[in-house]
Design a protein around this ligand. Sequence first.
Ligand SMILES: *Cc1c(COP(=O)(O)O)cnc(C)c1O
Length: 407
Amino acid sequence: MNHFSLEKGELYADGVPLERIAQQVGTPTYVYAGATLDRHVRVLHEAFGRERRLICYSVKANSNLSLLERFAKAGAGFDIVSGGELQRVLKAGGSPQKVVFAGVGKTRDEMVAALKAGILMFNVESAEELKALDAVGQELGVRAPFALRVNPDVVAQTHRHISTSKASKFGIDFKEARALYAESKVWRGVKAVGLDFHIGSQLTKLAPVKHALAKVAKLYRELGAAGLHLTHLDVGGGIGIRYENESTPTLQQWAKAVLEPLKGLDATLVLEPGRVIVGNASVLLTRVLYRKKQFIIVDAGMNDLIRPALYEAHHEIVPVRPRRGAKRAVDVVGPVCESADVLGKKRRLPPLEQGDLLAVMSAGAYGMSMSSNYNSRPRAAEVLVDGDGYRVIRERERIEELWRNEV
Ligand SMILES: *Cc1c(COP(=O)(O)O)cnc(C)c1O
C-alpha cells in the first residue's frame, strides 16, 4: 500500500500535488511519502506481535539521514554493510546497540569503528574474516560479538543478480560453520552470539524462506545442544514488494512463515527488511524533454535509477496529469549515453507532450542509494512529504560538487 494517488485528474503524494514539488524543487526528484514509511514500519512490528525481535532496517536500500532518523525514532535498529553506513546511522541518532554489520569484505578500520561504537553483532562471512575480527577484538581488549552467516543453499526464485545461492560469494556452508563455531570458542577476541542467513532480495514466494528457516533453525538447535549458547537468530531481509503484478505474501503471512519453524526456540529474532519498508514509499519524478519515434526522452536516467538497466526491473510509469486520448506503446528513456538507459519499455501511456511530468513508481528502494554521477550528472533532489506539506531532505547536487575531490 502507498500514499500516491490520482485525485481530480492529478497525481498526489499524500496531500501534496506532485506538480507543485516539480515546480518548486525541479526534476528529477525522489519524492517520499512519510505516511507510507510509517505504515510499513508499524505493520511489520504488528505482524511479529509480541515475539522477542529486533527490526534492523537495511540501510543500503535507502540511506537518507532523514529516513534513518525517522526509523530510529520508531524504535528500529539498522543492518549496515560498511563503515560509511555506520556513520550515517550514528549521525541520524540510531542506537549502536541495535546495529548488525553484514558484508563479505569488512576492512580492519570498519571493524575497529563498529567495535568502538558498540554494535550488537558482526555477521561474519568467512573463516579469514573471523580471524581478522578476533585480532581486532584482542587489540582493543574486547570480545567482538558475532554471528556466522550461513548459506542454507536454497533456490530463492528471484533475479540472478539478487539471489545469494551457494554459487554466490555469500555465506558459509553449514559444515564449515559448525567447525568454526567450535574452534572459535577459545579465541579471546570474539564471542559467538548469533546465527544469520539471508537468501536474497525481492522474494515473492514463501517456500524458499520456509525451507531455509527449517534448515537454519535445526542448526541453531544443534549448536545449542553442543553447548554453544547463542541469543540471536538473524533471518535477513528480502521481503518482496509489488512492482507490477507480482503476487506477494502479506506481512502477516510472512511473519507466520518465519515464526512457525522457530517455535520454542530461545532466541531474539533479528529481521533485516529494506525494500519492503521504502520501496513503495517513493516515486521518481521526471519531466518529458523530447519525443521521437516510440521514444519518450525524460530528464531522469539510469544514473538516477539503475534498477531497470541492472536487474531488468519493472517500475510502473504514471503521468502526473494524464491527458485524454488513445494510449500507445512507448519506450521511456533517459538522457544517458547508453542503450541500456531505459526506464520502461513498451508502456501503454496516454498522449504525452514536452514538459509533461511522469512518476516512476516504487522507486524508494535501491533508487537514490544506487545513483551515480555517470555522464557527470548531478544527483537528484529528495523530498519528504508529510500530510499536505513537504521538505527537501537532500538538495539537488550542484555541478561544482562533482569535481570537489579532483585535482
Ligand atoms: C540487502 C540486504 C538486506 C535487505 O534486503 P531487502 O531485499 O531490501 O529487504 C538484508 N540483509 C542483507 C544481508 C542484505 O545484504
